[in-house]
Design a protein around this ligand. Structure first.
Ligand code: MN
Ligand code: MN
Length: 463
């Protein structure tokens, strides 16, 4: 026998096309992708008849929380949830609120070192760090090269929030990351416009959760995106806009790409599946959708799908924040500015993009694989991942496109206790997941183990 595992009879999907093929795995890697590989050649056969064989999803935007004394299982548990959803690799940020100590927040180097130390042996799936750069860190530029040596080749800075950086710092960080072959991710919102927007809501006593969205309308994001793109062009640096939510920002990014600038962009499942009508409910309902940027109009949702289909948007990732209703999302009548921003999503990425995108005819299956796996692997420096080809890691998802189900928080495994998609009917279901050739999900159940996930020392990439 020459192969360990043979995945037989499925439809293998790559960005360039789909075809009936068997996939043979030897050790941790894909050893063959061919029609009709003899079953005798493999130690174990997995029947994929009627199923899609997809590369494992790579979720590059999560705020998973590292283990603490009070909650020792939360990082592991979210990694298990990701596996249930077909994600085999995730990247996390180490911003304040994710469990990083106050002491480690003062220097980029300390924040990276502590995060790496406190996540060792804890994840069920492969994982990595995109380090957050804040205004509170002393000379973060000086630590960039060291972080890249630790396999942290992407960084994130915010234009808003108390830990956001000003435009002069952003320009220096763009130049610094570009000189190393690293990539700066930017949370794009216009700080001055946002401050005016919040002040206007407060002055009008519009403090309920739904007014969070009124305080940061699309023009705040579009203006921030435009300014970030201009800074990147001046620094001759690539940049990556996180969580693009509106048509105006898509148009700005499209124009930069037409000019030939190395501007990359991501959107998130909640912007693709939900819209601002959620803010019409009760305060307790609206609070679940206090996310920045907020949910937008149907017109914006359509513009995001168009942007994904035409290549303006490169990636879909979750912006997973494992807030819980009884803890971070409790509404006690305080103004919306005091409510935690974010919503859980680590388990529902593939479900939403497949069902809302592919099953509804808005993007092709091949494009879905590109934005969930192939492009994330390329942009974020993971050359062994992201596509089903000989020699790549055997990170594989067997997906049943004919299944139908209802998303319920009660059925999910993440550390949060709600889902923004409660009650939503979706097409498709994850049946089986392999990570580096080992079963992690089998017949829809977790069979992996804590610590099997490997830290990804990510490489620098020419973009
Ligand atoms: Mn953000
Ligand atoms: Mn985020």
């Amino acid at each position: 026998m020459s192969f360990d595992v043979l995945i037989r009879g499925g439809t293998v999907v790559t960005p360039s096309g789909s075809r009936q093929a068997d996939v043979a795995v030897q050790g941790s890697r894909i050893a063959a992708v061919e029609a009709a590989i003899p079953v005798e050649s493999a130690g174990r056969v997995v029947d994929a008849t009627g199923l899609l064989v997809l590369p494992g999803v790579i979720d590059v935007h999560t705020h998973t929380r590292i283990a603490s004394d009070a909650e020792p299982d939360r990082f592991f548990q979210d990694s298990v949830a990701a596996a249930y959803g077909g994600t085999t690799t995730f990247l996390s940020f180490n911003n304040p609120g994710t469990g990083i100590s106050v002491a480690a927040q003062g220097r980029l180097r300390d924040g990276v070192a502590e995060w790496l130390d406190r996540t060792v042996g804890d994840s069920a799936i492969d994982y990595g760090l995109s380090a957050v750069i804040t205004a509170q860190q002393a000379s973060p530029e000086a630590d960039l090269a060291w972080a890249v040596e630790q396999g942290v080749s992407t960084f994130k800075a915010f234009m808003v929030f108390d830990f956001g950086v000003d435009e002069a710092a952003l320009g220096r960080l763009l130049a610094g990351t570009a000189s190393l072959g690293a990539l700066l991710e930017i949370h794009c919102e216009d700080r001055a416009m946002l401050e005016r927007g919040i002040a206007a809501q407060m002055a009008a006593r519009r403090t309920a959760p739904r007014h969070h969205a009124d305080s940061r309308p699309p023009e705040v994001e579009a203006s921030g995106t435009e300014r970030a793109i201009a800074l990147a062009a001046r620094a001759r640096a690539p940049m990556y806009a996180v969580h693009v939510s509106c048509g105006d920002a898509v148009a700005t990014i499209r124009a930069a790409k037409v000019r030939g600038e190395a501007v990359f962009a991501e959107t998130c499942p909640h912007f693709l599946a939900l819209d601002s009508r959620v803010y019409e409910g009760t305060d307790d309902e609206a609070m679940r959708y206090v996310i920045s940027p907020p949910l937008r109009s149907r017109h914006d949702v359509d513009a995001l799908w168009t942007g994904l289909a035409d290549g303006t948007l490169d990636v879909v990732a979750t912006d997973h924040v494992p807030d819980r209703l009884a803890v971070e999302k409790r509404y006690t009548g305080q103004p919306f500015t005091e409510i935690s921003n974010g919503a859980p999503g680590i388990e529902t990425l593939l479900a939403i993009v497949y069902s809302e995108g592919v099953a509804k005819g808005r993007i092709t299956l091949e494009r879905m694989v590109d934005v969930l796996s192939t492009t994330p692997a390329r942009l974020f420096g993971m050359p062994s991942k992201g596509v089903i080809e000989v020699g790549k890691d055997a990170d594989l998802v067997l997906f049943d496109p004919s299944a139908a189900r209802i998303i319920r928080a009660a059925d999910l495994h993440h550390t949060s206790d709600y889902t923004p998609y409660e009650g939503m009917a979706v097409r498709g279901a994850v049946r089986h997941v392999l990570l580096r050739g080992q079963d992690v999900i089998r017949s829809g159940e977790f069979v992996g183990r804590r610590g099997f996930g490997r830290y990804q020392e990510r490489s620098i990439v020419s973009r």
